[in-house]
Structure formats: C-alpha cells, structure tokens
Design a protein around this ligand. Structure first.
Ligand code: ZN
Length: 683
C-alpha cells in the first residue's frame, strides 16, 4: 500500500474511498480560496481551521516542523533532474532582474514557464512526467541571461556564461533531451530513459536491479527499504550509493531539516512524539535505514498526539524501479470536529444496523462504527507541494504495516478548499436547473455531502455480514464496486431519515434533497467530465455512482421518479418524487447487501455491466463541452500560509499567527531565498 498520492484533477482517480470528500466547516465568506491560473494549473489556498484551538506549545511545535517541511524543497528539485536547480535559479534571476519589456510575449511566456517549473519542482509535468515546452525563444533566453550580472548566473565553478548557456539551453529547448522524468516503457532501459536523478550517468537498469537484488534475502522477514535514500552511481566502474544524509549527498539541506527537527523536539506533546522526532533526526544524521524503520514504527504507534507530520524520503513513484524515494513533507493536526461527529455515529451504530432495509440474515448482531480520522494540514513541502495528496496512508513498508498497522487519514482543509473552489466555478448554474434544489445545494450541499461521507465511512462499510462459508473475494473484479455501492447506499438511505434531525446532524428535514440531487446528477451526468471521450467507466467509485443513479432512474421510470429534461440542447435532472427515490435506494441497498452477503457473483456482474460501465457518447460529448466552458483548471496546487511569530517586549513568543496574503510567485521566490541551501550542481 502506498500513500494516497492523489492529485486533484478533472480526471480524478481515487485509491480509497476514505479520501473522497471532506468534513463540515462553517462558511467563511471572506476567505479567498483561488489564487491564480496559468497553463493547465490552478493555484489555490487552504485555510488552517481551528488553529487557535491549539496551545502555544503545539503552535511552536508546528512552527518548527513547518520549517523542517520547507527545507527539503531543493532536494526534490535535484532528485527530479540534475539541471532543475540551475534552471530554476536562472529563471528566478531573470524574473527578479529583467529590465527589458515585461509585456513582451517572450517575457510573459518565461514567467509562465517559471511558474510551471515551481509547480512541478522541475522541468517535467508533475502528473504527465513529460518535459514541458517553453513558449519563449532560445534567443530571448540567451539575451536575458547575458543581461544578468555574471555573478548571479548559476554557472559551474570557472564556467563562462557562454559555456553555461551551451550546457543549459538544450535541457530546456531540445524536446528529445530528458524527454520524460519517469519512463516506464518496458521495451527500454527504464533508468537510462528516465530523466530523474536517482541514478548516476552510465548506470543501467540491469546493473541497478542486480545491485539491489543482491542486498535482499528471502529469509529476512523485516527487510529495510534498500536504496530508498540514496543515488546509485558508478565510481571507477563500480556501483556505489551516495546516501542522502548529514555529511553525505544533500547534506546542506538535510542539516537545516535536522536543525528544525531538533527545535521541534523541545516542544513535543509527549514522550512518544519526542521519540519519533529524535529517531528521525538520527536517521537523517546516519542515513541508516534500520533507523528509518524504527522511526516508522514509533510514528505508527503515536496515535495520541494532536500534532503529526511526514518528513522524509517517502514515495517511490518518481523512480521507474520504485526503489528511490522523493523527499516530501506534511505538517498536520487532528481535526477535532470530525472526531466528535464520528463519535455520535459510532454510538448509534447498532440502531442504524437494526433499521436498515437489508434482510435480517445479512445484518450484524453487534456492529461497531469504524473510526474515521481526518486531519488539518498546516504546511505542505517537497513532493506534497504545491500539488498535494488529499490523504495519507503510511508507512509503505509491508511488514511494518502487518505487524504495527498504519495511519490512514483524510486531509479536511485541502478537500474543503477544492470544494469551495468548485462551488464558485459556476458549476451549479450550469448543471442544476431547478431553483429549489439549487438553493438547497447552496445552503446544505457542503454539509450533506460531508454527512454522506461520514455515514459511508463510519457505518456503511461497517454494516452487514457475509453468510457463513461465503468467500470475501467471491465478487472478484466486481467486489470493490459493489462494496462502495453498499456504503454509498447506506449513507443515502439514512440521509433522508428523521434520525438525522433527532441526532442533530441536520436541522432541516429537506436538507437531504441537496445530496440526493447532487448524487443522481453526478452519477447520471457530471462525473462523465472525468472520462475521456470514447472511454468507458473504469474506476470503482465512479462505477458505483453510475450503478446507483442508473438503477434508480430505470426502476423509477414508470412513475417518472427521476426525469432527464432537455432544454436548449442541455440535459438536466429533475427529481419528481423524493420519497419514492428513497424507497428505491432502500430496495437497491437490500439487493446489494444480499449480493455481498451471499457472494452472488453472477448478479454483481449483471448489475455492474448493465448500469455502471457504459457511457452514452452524445451525452458524454455534451457534458465535456459544458465543462470546458466553465474553464476549470485540470490540475491544482496550493500556496502555504505564512506563520508569523508574535513576541512580547521581553522577546518571548506570545503567539504564532497565520497570514494568508502571500501570492504564488512571492512565496516561491521567498522559499528560494530562505529555504534554499543546496549547491546548484550536486553531481
Ligand atoms: Zn468506501
């Protein structure tokens, strides 16, 4: 299992349902979630909710961890390509010192290119991996570099600016050079064909595989992640690892990380948390992977602390062999409100189980709600910045997961920001035709969407039981679609129940209609925006939504429960009878639970193939076109807040305040000045 590295794009691919949605938040009308747009990217801002519920000590701890999270940024640039720091620093120098016409297309394109380099932590697209094409000419680039004072051009020692340009220009402009950051084409040597910097010149895929296979032993049940924190190079014809550690490769950045972790260690909430931080420091100092595993184990065990973090060489998506890990960081703290909400659901789990429309043979006699944890991000760094995952699921080591478990959480304030931006995009105006529903969605959409997620996670997945002797994998490839449908239906069914009002989870008996409408509209229409024209529905969550929406649509046809209305070439959903819709949802829940409990593969296959896979090509085209006009950026990322230390007259820290005014370029330039310690060339 890998961390949920889920970048939010139009074409979302969910690894886990736990990362689908978000928690509730009181409306903050003044907060501006959108920062700017360029190329295929949208820059957003997230809000650190409930910051002032933390103690001063916790704030200090986060402040130190935040700095540790920013000090590794250069490492990632260099890991992604050996020229990334040289290119970034050259572009930043031009950005800062250019005295020519700033309204020229060349200059404007250079700024867009720099913004893309910042976003991708290098010259390759953060998602597609391909090198992006500059919109300015190489002549313009050469002139702009030559106009800079020689001392700020990041040349190698003793290198002339002309020689520097000769070296760097093809890296930016030659489309065949370093074409792909990670190349998985199995007909090629994937190391040689990948532009990343995890392997030195001349190292081949065969050699690297042989090198790491030789380290592994089949009798070792607790293997360290060999090769995770190093570059594999050839020295005098022999392979050797350059280990990322204090005194090793990337030392000057790692020393800064260690400095801030040392500071953080002074403000820990408890001994366990201090143990975690101190072990991480030891790992950074020694580069010893056994220390890394020790640290990971203690990190998993720490479930009590409010403040938590990820800081280190973590995910190996950037290496075609999946051995080397990119540097990343997230600082976070527990989302208290979601804890309270899931407790209410957990306390009432048996009531929900007993009252579900499923056959009593398929119900649990004793059901326990699943605890569903969410966190608030305080700082994003390295490979989690600016594009960020919406959940964390770590550690990656299989034996540690088996023996000690893992932490799996959703990041509330990140998903919140995505939702808020989507809501302001004109989406409702485009796709919701009925004024009453639009009003309900504006008022309750966010709340009911979250409540549905909570019901899905805490109760839906926890409910029901298999009949004795039924294999839990009986539904095979249809298993995850059926399971997600089961949890979604459980949530939908209870959304409309008076119990929601009784428990204080909703305050208006009509509020659930916002979620019913959104869900059906998404399942029948709007989720098609995530699929390429000509393709079918593949992903399990999308299939489950299509299944539910199409099934209730078909079953309700004779009574016109749901209507597809066409106005001026646009298709809309009209729900004519909500009571009957709820009854149909209950019917399908009972049937899906039966399929699951009996392991009825044939019927699972029938339902999925009939309702969940196929796409109407005309409707698909229409939806894509309507989406395109909304101009929603396909990929999104975030700027971080700025943390300001407030001191009293004696110089003691009184508080740490958050400022949300920093712009994208401003932030990137600031990080490149104060959190940039690596040499330009690290080979
Ligand atoms: Zn789920």
């Amino acid at each position: 299992m890998k961390k949920l590295l889920i970048m939010m794009m139009t074409f979302l691919m969910y690894f886990s349902c736990a990362s689908e949605k978000k928690k509730e938040e009181p409306p903050e009308e003044t907060f501006n979630y959108s920062v700017e747009r360029f190329a295929d990217l949208g820059i957003l801002r997230y809000q650190v909710t409930d910051w002032d519920s933390l103690s001063l000590n916790q704030k200090k701890l986060i402040y130190c961890l935040n700095n540790a999270a920013l000090e590794g940024r250069d490492i990632l640039f260099d890991q992604n390509n050996r020229y990334n720091l040289a290119i970034r620093r050259t572009l930043e120098a031009i950005f800062e010192h250019y005295e020519g016409d700033k309204t020229s297309t060349d200059y404007e394109e250079l700024v867009v290119y720099l913004k893309r380099v910042w976003f991708s932590n290098g010259i390759h697209h953060h998602y597609g991996e391909e090198k992006f094409v500059p919109g300015f000419s190489s002549d313009f680039f050469a002139q702009a570099v030559k106009a800079l004072p020689d001392s700020i051009v990041p040349t190698r020692d003793g290198q002339s600016v002309d020689a520097f340009l000769a070296e760097i220009t093809p890296v930016i402009f030659d489309e065949n050079l370093y074409a792909k950051k990670v190349n998985q084409d199995s007909s090629l040597d994937v190391i040689v064909a990948s532009a990343n910097n995890y392997y030195g010149g001349g190292v081949t895929q065969k050699e690297a595989e042989k090198f790491y296979n030789a380290l592994k032993s089949s009798s070792d049940t607790t293997p360290v992640p060999y090769g995770l924190n190093s570059r594999l190079v050839k020295k005098n014809g022999k392979l050797a690892e350059e280990v990322y550690r204090v005194g090793g490769l990337y030392s000057s950045a790692i020393e800064q990380i260690v400095y801030w972790l040392d500071e953080a260690s002074k403000y820990t909430e408890n001994d366990q948390q201090k143990r975690v931080i101190d072990l991480l420091i030891e790992f950074y100092k020694t580069g010893d992977l056994r220390k890394y595993d020790e640290y990971s184990i203690e990190w998993v065990k720490d479930t009590e602390s409010t403040v938590d973090f990820v800081n280190g060489f973590t995910e190996s998506y950037g290496d075609a062999l999946g051995i080397k890990a990119s540097w990343e960081a997230i600082v976070n703290f527990k989302d208290m409100r979601s804890e309270a909400l899931t407790k209410i659901l957990g306390d009432n789990a048996q009531w929900f189980e007993d009252h579900s429309p499923a056959d009593s043979r398929f119900k649990k006699k004793e059901v326990k709600g699943i605890t569903f944890k969410t966190i608030t991000a305080a700082m994003l760094g390295g490979d989690c910045y600016p594009a960020t995952p919406i959940g964390i699921n770590l550690p990656n080591s299989n034996w540690i997961r088996k023996d000690f478990g893992s932490k799996s959480v959703t990041i509330t304030n990140i998903t919140e920001a995505y939702d808020k931006v989507a809501a302001g995009s004109g989406f409702l105006d485009e796709f919701v035709c009925c004024a009453h529903e639009k009003e309900l969605m504006e008022k309750y959409g966010s709340q009911t969407d979250n409540l549905h997620t909570d019901l899905h996670e805490c109760l839906g997945h926890a409910s029901g039981q298999l009949l004795p002797g039924v294999d839990q994998d009986a539904l095979k490839v249809y298993g995850s679609t059926i399971e997600e449908a089961r949890a979604d239906l459980f949530g939908l069914y209870y959304m409309a129940d008076p119990k929601m009002i009784e428990l204080g989870l909703l305050d208006n008996p009509e509020a659930y209609k916002a979620e019913y409408y959104r869900y059906i509209m998404n399942g029948l229409l709007t989720q098609l925006s995530r699929i390429e024209l000509g393709k079918q529905i593949e992903e399990a969550h999308m299939r489950n939504r299509a299944l539910i929406a199409h099934w209730v649509f078909e079953q309700g046809k004779k009574d016109n429960v749901i209507e597809l209305r066409k106005e001026e070439g646009k298709t809309y959903i009209v729900i004519n009878n909500y009571n009957q819709l709820r009854t149909l949802i209950g019917d399908l829940l009972a049937e899906i639970q039966r399929i699951k409990s009996e392991g009825d593969f044939k019927e699972a296959k029938n339902l999925v193939e009939k309702y969940a896979v196929k796409v109407d090509p005309d409707l698909h085209k229409e939806i894509l076109e309507r989406y395109r006009k909304l101009n929603i950026a396909p990929y999104k990322g975030f700027v971080n807040p700025v943390y300001e230390v407030v001191k009293d007259r004696k110089g003691d820290v009184m508080d740490i305040k958050i400022n949300y005014t920093e712009g994208y370029a401003e932030q990137m330039m600031r990080y490149s000045k104060i959190h940039s310690h690596l040499p330009t060339y690290n080979d």
